[in-house]
Design a protein around this ligand. Structure first.
Ligand SMILES: Cc1cc2nc3c(=O)[nH]c(=O)nc-3n(C[C@H](O)[C@H](O)[C@H](O)COP(=O)(O)OP(=O)(O)OC[C@H]3O[C@@H](n4cnc5c(N)ncnc54)[C@H](O)[C@@H]3O)c2cc1C
Ligand code: SF4
Length: 545
């Protein structure tokens, strides 16, 4: 559809924030605290704030306490203190308790639903005068004379063929002096900004993991509120990074998830099926006994650490939160980092608004380098790359040495040289993995899982998952890797069909997509491009998720 033919309405703000996650909402709140008269708007692609938020989540309240010191009196939904940490190494039949590494001690932290926390933060932001627009994806960037001057929200009512349908509504231009991009891991606009302004020049490739999560309601007798359990080992082999989390919280809720590093090599691996079979381990079944699965979802997370953080500022704005890669991998926590980076960006914006509105928010990276967040991430920067270099047991040994002996002050820095899409072995060079059939009670298939994520996309719209060169799929994805996307996608979006007839082709069931972004990351030739679908499309995670 020719964009120049569309007349768009335009609204002007001082600041537009893309994404109502912890980073974007913390930035908006901080800005209004500092400059109450500033016009601040937040756009969110989910149908409501929290609808697309997927996290563990054990939350470290350090940044929250700086942002809203009276968060308890304001009834923040952090009701379950973490009281009992357990760290286990699993073999196929047994579980061995290991000493909990210091980064994974959770005293003072809270188990919560990050979606609910974001809903609450959104109310706090609105009370300060922030305008929040859920159901409005930022689809395009507005650039004038080399400076980003806002975003364009997605058009509504465009047909599958790209024509204007009967309900066509053009997206709006939201113009602003500064645009803060808080899209979370592998943001679609963040990706374009990195290319346009060379923001990744000189840093390591970003590396990622996929987290597949279920929310369970269990009988009171099995519920141990405050329990935080992490495992490593089975069902993954020692060369594959990952593990599980299990958090008991709230009213008989258990948040269970399985994380797999996307630098995995075996194209037969399926993170979804690893997550399902994990529950069948003798020491894990008990967590779910007599329980009922309430919801399901998946999301990628950034694992590269400080070495992979790109240049944070571009003319007219900044990247914040997971969009920039602020996540502490050994802690498995990014919420406090996302919030802190958003708050520091807001402080830089507040200064710039009162100083002639220069294009570059130069104070933001300076403030970050001087902050506790930078020191925290600097202290753990070698741990995840050590697992990539040395595997599970070498990685554990290095992590202990780095933490207890060097205390995070190693005079060296390990680097990540290969992006995740370049790590797959050819299918015939890797062992096949036979996953058990789901039983429908403890373990499930993809389609029934997607069903309870409440995922929905209007059918008649252009596909939001595009193959840059469709002809590349058969010789590369099929011939060499046997369609790894049909295994790493947790939502059955990709299906290799026509195999029996000897005419394999890729079917894309885009309506199932839960917006985890794994395909955009892991496709071996980066042939898959994830773009924002029509507003409100995607999962609709319930409260508690
Ligand atoms: C499985 C899993 C478990 C985790 N466990 C923990 C944990 O226990 N503790 C912890 O602290 N952290 C945890 N994390 C990490 C934590 O969730 C993230 O670090 C944090 O959510 C990052 O916040 P953010 O605001 O940067 O991005 P997000 O939380 O991802 O929020 C981004 C928001 O932007 C919206 N958005 C994206 N693109 C657009 C667009 N173009 N237009 C409009 N809106 C858009 C999204 O819909 C979303 O609402 C976990 C992550 C995962 C995946
Ligand atoms: S299509 Fe891509 S983004 Fe969507 S659920 Fe599958 S892997 Fe995730």
């Amino acid at each position: 559809m020719a964009d120049e033919a569309i007349t768009r309405e335009s609204m002007a703000f001082d600041v537009v924030v893309v994404g109502a996650g912890p980073a974007g909402l913390a930035a908006a709140i901080r800005l209004k605290q500092l400059v109450p008269e500033a016009a601040v708007c937040v756009v969110e692609k989910g149908g409501e704030v929290g609808a697309h938020i997927l996290s563990g989540a054990v939350i470290e309240p350090r940044a929250l306490a700086e942002l809203l010191p009276d968060w308890r009196e304001r009834a923040a939904p952090l009701a379950t203190p973490a009281t009992n940490d357990r760290f286990l190494l699993l073999t196929a039949r047994r579980a061995f308790r290991l000493p909990t590494p210091p980064q994974m001690h959770n005293r003072g932290n809270y188990i919560a639903s990050l979606g609910d926390v974001c809903r609450w933060l959104a109310r706090e932001a609105e009370a300060l005068g922030v305008e929040i627009y859920p159901g409005f994806p930022a689809a395009e960037l507005l650039e004038e004379e080399g400076r980003i001057v806002g975003i364009v929200t997605g058009d509504m009512g465009v047909t599958r063929e790209g024509e204007r349908g009967p309900n066509f509504q053009p997206g709006m231009e939201l113009r602003a002096a500064y645009t803060l991009v808080a899209e979370g891991c592998r943001g679609s606009l963040a990706k374009r900004l990195m290319q346009r302004f060379g923001l990744r020049d000189g840093c390591d490739p970003q590396t990622y993991a996929i987290g597949v999560k279920e929310l369970w309601e269990v009988p009171a007798a099995n519920h141990r509120p405050g329990l935080v359990e992490h495992t490593i080992g089975w069902p993954l082999d020692a060369a594959t990074y990952g593990g599980s989390f299990l958090y008991h919280f709230g009213d008989r809720l258990v948040s269970y998830g399985f994380v797999v590093g996307l630098d995995y090599r075996n194209p037969w691996l399926s993170p979804f099926d690893e997550m399902q079979r994990f529950k069948t381990h003798p020491s894990m079944r008990g967590h779910f006994a007599g329980g009922r699965r309430i919801s399901f979802g998946a999301r990628a997370l950034s694992e590269g650490g400080l070495q992979s953080v790109p240049k944070l500022i571009f003319p007219g704005g900044a990247l914040i939160g997971d969009a920039a890669g602020f996540l502490n991998v050994p802690k498995i926590k990014g919420t406090h980092a996302a919030m802190k980076s958003g708050m520091l960006a807001a402080e830089a914006v507040a200064g710039a608004l009162g100083a002639g509105r220069p294009a570059e928010l130069a104070a933001f990276p300076e403030k970050l380098r001087a902050s506790w967040l930078w020191s925290e991430l600097d202290g753990v920067r070698n741990i995840r790359p050590a697992f990539a270099k040395c595997g599970l047991f070498g990685g554990l040994a290095y992590a202990a040495f780095d933490t207890y002996v060097l205390r995070g002050r190693a005079p060296w820095t390990f680097h990540q040289r290969h992006p995740d899409h370049a790590t797959l072995l050819a299918a015939d060079a890797a062992p096949r993995i036979a996953y058990p059939r789901p039983d429908g009670e403890l373990t499930f298939d993809r389609l029934t899982s997607v069903f309870i994520s409440n995922t929905n996309h209007a059918e008649d719209q252009p596909a939001h998952l595009r193959l840059r060169e469709p002809a590349r799929w058969e010789p590369v994805n099929w011939e060499r890797y046997r369609s790894p996307e049909s295994r790493y996608c947790p939502a059955a979006v990709y299906e290799a069909v026509g195999v029996e007839e000897g005419r394999p082709r890729l079917q894309i069931n885009a309506q199932n997509c839960v917006h985890c972004k794994t395909c955009d990351i892991k496709d071996p030739t980066q042939n898959i491009d994830w773009v924002t679908p029509e507003g409100g499309g995607g999962p609709n995670y319930p409260g508690g998720m």
